[in-house]
Design a protein around this ligand. Structure first.
Ligand SMILES: Nc1ncnc2c1ncn2[C@@H]1O[C@H](COP(=O)(O)OP(=O)(O)O)[C@@H](O)[C@H]1O
Ligand SMILES: [Mg+2]
Length: 280
């Protein structure tokens, strides 16, 4: 079944009474792919992830996880999930939290799985430490270790870095990069664009329950022309691309201009995001 997508959502709708949280979403996460689902609060990100987990039912449309209908036992077994606002009991140690979740997931990995996961998330020394003495970043990494119990091919992480300071975010980002080398597919909800831009293979922008933009970060950040600083001031060539730069420079030099700087302008993912979520 490895030719099936890790997640495939087709014509997905979700209504909560009069609120339409998802309005016809199409989304695919391929095996081993790291996809960022980004959008403002209320866009429907959590709803989509909860449907994939089987915690919420779709109003219409389908979601499959590794080829299995979302919510069925094989679909649930194929994924690891970390909720947006989770809290482990403060009096539990890191190893106890993992042991509890091993029982819930019916994992037979025992102490060796716990040790391996603690090491993977950089908490080797924290196995005997109580959750209440851990920083937010450590708890978040413990949460990701929990989601990895049983080595699922797919991780669903809801805002895994939003509550973290820059060092904590960086640690999670490095962990995601490690998971990519292991071939784990990840669907990551976030409103923090910098993280996504740095780590994701693809981003999907969700706004008002619809996908308004999707693609590789490098595809989404469009070229924004060329700027040339000359002795006479700044000259802009808004429709030019990088390939046009030599000809532009040659022609300006031909006119006798002195050139101090040439810059190929790219819009940032943030520009694209703001464009994609701004209401018409
Ligand atoms: N259980 C619920 N009951 C009613 N409305 C809900 C429920 N969960 C989410 N919503 C609404 O659905 C929309 C999408 O919410 P959510 O999926 O949490 O968005 P996001 O995670 O992108 O912030 C919002 O308008 C939210 O208020
Ligand atoms: Mg959310």
């Amino acid at each position: 079944m490895s030719d099936t997508a890790a997640v495939a959502a087709t014509a997905l709708y979700k209504r909560y009474g009069s609120v339409t949280a998802l309005a016809g979403v199409e989304l695919t996460v391929r095996r081993g792919e790291l996809v960022g689902l980004i959008g403002p609060n209320g866009a429907g990100k959590t709803t989509l992830v909860k449907i994939a987990c089987g915690l919420t039912r779709a109003s219409a449309g389908t979601v499959t996880v590794c080829g299995h209908r979302a919510g069925t036992a094989p679909a649930r077994a194929a994924l690891g999930y970390l909720a947006e606002l989770f809290r482990f009991p403060g009096w539990c140690t890191g190893a106890e939290v993992l042991a509890l979740h091993q029982r819930l997931a019916r994992s037979t990995g025992g102490a060796s799985e716990r040790d391996e996961l603690l090491e993977l998330v950089g908490l080797s020394d924290a196995g005997e430490r109580r959750v209440e003495t851990m920083s937010k970043g450590m708890q978040q990494r413990l949460g990701i270790a929990q989601a990895l119990i049983g080595a699922p091919p797919l991780l669903l992480l809801d805002e895994p870095t939003s509550a973290l300071d820059p060092a904590g975010r960086r640690a999670v980002r490095e962990l995601l990069e490690e998971l990519r080398t292991r071939g784990v597919a990840v669907l990551l909800n976030s409103h923090l664009l910098s993280e996504i831009e740095l780590v994701c293979d693809r981003v999907v922008i969700l706004s008002g329950g619809r996908v308004t933009a999707a693609g590789r970060p490098s595809e989404l950040t469009r070229a924004g022309g060329i700027e040339v600083h000359t002795a006479a001031g700044l000259r802009r060539f808004p429709t030019a691309t990088r390939e046009d730069a030599p000809a532009i420079v040659a022609s300006l030099v031909g006119e006798g201009q002195q050139i101090y700087e040439v810059r190929v302008v790219r819009s940032t993912l943030e520009d694209v995001y703001l464009e994609a979520v701004t209401p018409e």
